[in-house]
Write a protein that binds this ligand. Structure first.
Ligand SMILES: [Zn+2]
Length: 843
């Protein structure tokens, strides 16, 4: 078609254009006409997707393209709105009224009035995992069908406006598409053992920083998530579909979800997931296509693209087509059948359109349920109190997180008494100080707030799921309580949190003190980058009546030319305490020779093949975006004698197997000469064993007699599964002890507790030994705060080490049994990790 119009002489073309009045008989170009190939014949790169939607918007008055930002690699993020001219004419009014339905105080009568004339808002999200590549192809054809009024969906736009996000993860998508184009031959080869079916590290699934965006909705750590969520309340959709792919030997999955289902979801969400599933089933039955429901994909963890939208009232659903990064343009499945990209995209297209039909046909029910969801938002959800203690920056960081999720937070203008239940692990209290934060359940995002802040969520099945606990007060180390009575009226909404006022200094400033705490670390790093020198004091001390914790930094005038300017430029001014003398009241004086001298370390972070991409990405993101520390990213092949001497700190993310003898020797020599080697998770296991004779805590060996042995061996498959579940620790929150006098523990304790904090554990720990120090450890009888764990597993973890420091020559090995940066939401791990890198070389 494009070629045809090009070849027409200009006057004829003009006449044709004049003949076609907008809307009626207007030529709406198909993806094939614009891109030059039919559905699934090729992979469409992000630029091609955007090009088509712009052309479609140019040709159809039903379609508009709304850019909402750019990825780290500079690719556009867009939403495509498809709406009838009548809806488009009053779009802002429709969206305003739609938002009014999300207000719990909107009366039933007013909701009925709105529902009588408002369309539903239906949101389709494609391609969150870049290598699950069929759904963005389906997005093109779905939009075209809506725009041209294809018979099966022509009437949908009478009852709904549709938002299409064709690719949530553009960087990951193009990583996959570019790989495939490079790998495929003249003809695609269905043989799954060939290179075109084997994505190279790190694969197209994650984003630029190698985060899984389908775990990030509740944590808001990644740019794509933040930009998308910033648009969410504008649309406030009633339905959200997150299109995925699973292994190519499978079929198609749509909702209802598998168990466990978080009981926080009200009936409206579940009954509609079922209703939409039945509509999809009908479309698939008609075509004889294989599919399944209620198996494999649960609705528990709040960071998914199904659960998060459901917590804010939309029917959030995951759809999974067989395919994935190994499927290419065509793949032969293990049963000998062929699966093409066209097959995959067609099913996504059909499922998407069936969903739109079911939702549009049930518009009144859907909107009525949506309004009721919000009117009853606080059913079973308590108000939550967050109490600032000695380290108020922790609660401030948590409040900022909640504000990023558009959860309203209030603050008490006076001290007060109220009946409340402490989160397990914290002590109960009746009286709360002025400045205590309140999160009311009765607000638009109240159910989301409950999901993130309540201590515990009931699990309804012994089945696989993501993590069993995530409660944010534990993640941030903040004292929290559930209110069991009305909290009172002396609260004010929190806007901008005030920065601490700079401390009034003495006339003559001798130097500055900076207490440890993660929110100060980026400013400290800026100071170090400006050739600043800080001295970490090894013990607690008292000055001017204040007790300072071990690990407090002293910024000395003698060792820092231009000290005041450096402090100002680094943004440290509001954070430091000016002092007039080195003499303390108790403890060592500030000029002590026992302090650790902290300068900007030269840091190497290992990445690439041979390491976990997700863990590496998290460390990269943390150092670059959170701490602002300069570092080099290095391949594992860099580990050679002679290469390492320039570095002060080397970091090994998860995934390194047993080092070769040569690697172990190179690392050992470098550590002995003064290097700090930081390793996490499985790499801590392999390097700890190779360099420091550190072993993991293992399952106790049971002494079984013959009868017991036989009965164990003859367990049924079901009994074995149940036993495995009994032993697993699927992301559980436990309280751990800190060696509070250890510099690496400085600033890491939870607020309101004494030398304790919480970890999200999956059950890994080290066997303690007298040869190394346990900076963080599970005490005797470890305390479960939240999530699933059996008594057997608790006993197994008792008196084992979570973070250790192993001295080796002049250097040290700092080992984390688990990655402290897991998904970047466990704030309590940030301080320990920063300490390892900044203080590791200092002591
Ligand atoms: Zn996926």
């Amino acid at each position: 078609m494009r070629g045809f119009t090009k070849s027409l002489p200009f006057p004829i073309l003009l006449a044709l254009l004049l003949l076609t009045s907008p809307g009626v008989g207007q030529e709406i170009p198909s993806p094939a006409q614009v891109l030059g190939y039919e559905m699934g014949e090729r992979f469409t790169p992000v630029a091609g997707l955007v090009h088509y939607f712009n052309r479609l918007a140019g040709a159809s008055e039903l379609v508009s393209v709304h850019p909402y930002g750019e990825t780290h690699e500079g690719r556009p993020l867009i939403q495509v709105l498809v709406a009838s001219p009548a809806h488009r004419a009053r779009l802002e009014e429709i969206l305003d009224r739609n938002r009014e339905l999300t207000n719990p105080e909107t009366s039933e009568a007013r909701a009925r009035e709105i529902i009588a004339s408002n369309p539903a808002v239906l949101y389709l999200s494609y391609g969150v995992h870049g290598s699950e590549s069929s759904s963005p192809e389906a997005a093109l054809w779905t939009a075209w069908d809506l725009a041209r009024g294809a018979g099966d969906v022509a009437w949908v736009l009478d009852s709904a406006v549709v938002v299409i996000d064709p690719v949530l993860n553009p960087d990951g998508r193009d990583r996959y598409v570019n790989f495939y184009r490079q790998a495929v031959g003249v003809e695609p080869n269905p043989d799954r053992s060939t290179l075109e079916h084997s994505e190279p590290w790190p694969g197209g699934r994650p984003n630029h920083y190698l985060f899984d965006l389908n775990r990030d909705w509740a944590w808001n750590t990644q740019l794509e998530t933040r930009l998308r969520l910033a648009t969410w309340s504008r649309w406030s959709p009633q339905v959200h579909v997150d299109f995925h792919e699973m292994g190519y030997n499978s079929s198609y999955f749509f909702f209802p979800p598998a168990k466990p289902i978080n009981p926080i979801f009200p009936e409206h969400i579940l009954s509609w997931a079922d209703r939409i599933g039945r509509g999809n089933a009908e479309a698939f039955d008609e075509r004889g296509w294989m599919y399944y429901t209620a198996e494999g994909f649960d609705l528990f963890y709040p960071g998914y693209g199904d659960s998060w939208p459901s917590l804010v009232g939309g029917i959030g659903m995951t759809y999974e087509q067989a395919g994935g990064g190994g499927a290419g343009l065509v793949v032969e499945r293990s049963d000998g059948s062929m699966l093409t990209l066209n097959d995959r995209a067609t099913r996504q297209w059909v499922a998407g359109k069936a969903t739109l039909r079911t939702a549009a046909a049930g518009r009144t029910d859907l909107l009525t349920g949506f309004a009721a969801f919000h009117r009853t938002i606080d059913d079973g959800i308590p108000d939550i109190l967050l109490v600032p203690g000695d380290d108020p920056e922790r609660v401030h960081a948590l409040v900022e997180h909640l504000k990023g999720q558009e959860i309203q937070v209030e603050r008490a203008t006076q001290s007060f008494r109220v009946q409340a239940r402490p989160h397990p692990g914290f002590a109960s209290r009746q009286s709360f100080p002025e400045g205590t934060f309140l999160i009311r359940a009765r607000q638009t995002r109240g159910r989301l707030a409950g999901a993130l802040l309540m201590p515990e969520h009931e699990l309804d099945a012994e089945s696989s799921y993501d993590i069993s606990a995530w409660s944010l007060p534990y993640a941030y180390g903040v004292e929290a309580h559930s209110v069991t009575a009305s909290p009172g009226t002396f609260f004010q909404p929190v806007g901008e949190l005030p920065l601490p006022a700079p401390s009034a200094g003495p006339d003559r400033v001798y130097g500055y003190l900076l207490t440890p705490g993660f929110d100060r670390m980026p400013a400290l790093v800026r100071f170090l980058k400006d050739e600043g020198r800080a001295y970490a004091l090894p013990d607690t001390f008292r000055m001017n009546g204040t007790l300072y914790p071990a690990g407090t930094f002293f910024l000395s005038r003698e060792r820092n030319p231009d000290l005041d300017r450096k402090v100002r430029d680094a943004g440290l001014e509001p954070l430091v305490v000016p002092v007039s003398t080195a003499l303390t009241q108790t403890g060592r004086d500030l000029g002590t020779g026992s302090s650790g001298s902290v300068t900007l370390p030269k840091v190497g972070l290992f990445g690439g093949e041979g390491l976990s991409s997700g863990s590496y990405g998290a460390h990269w993101f943390f150092l670059e975006q959170k701490l602002g520390l300069p570092f080099n990213r290095l391949p594992l092949s860099f580990i050679n004698p002679g290469n390492l001497a320039d570095y002060d700190v080397l970091v090994v993310p998860e995934g390194m197997g047993r080092p070769s003898d040569q690697q172990a020797e190179a690392l050992r020599e470098w550590v002995r000469a003064g290097g700090t080697l930081v390793a996490v998770g499985s790499s801590a296991q392999s390097l700890g064993r190779a360099l420091g004779e550190v072993e993991m805590r293992s399952e106790p060996q049971e002494d079984l007699d013959r009868e017991e042995r036989l009965s164990r061996a003859l367990r049924t498959r079901e009994e074995r599964r149940s036993d495995r579940w009994e032993r697993s620790i699927p992301g559980t929150i436990l309280k751990v002890k800190l060696d509070s006098g250890h510099p690496l523990a400085a600033g890491a304790g939870a607020d309101g507790l004494d030398a304790e904090m919480f970890v999200l554990t999956r059950g890994r720990s080290f066997e303690p030994k007298v040869e190394f120090e346990s900076v963080v450890f599970f005490p005797e009888g470890p305390e479960r705060a939240s999530g699933v764990i059996s008594e057997t597993s608790l006993e197994r973890l008792a008196q084992s080490t979570w973070m250790s420091e192993v001295g080796l020559g002049r250097g040290s090995l700092i080992l984390f049994a688990e990655d402290p940066l897991f998904r970047m939401f466990w704030y309590s791990g940030f301080q320990l990790y920063s300490n390892a890198i900044l203080l590791g070389p200092a002591f």
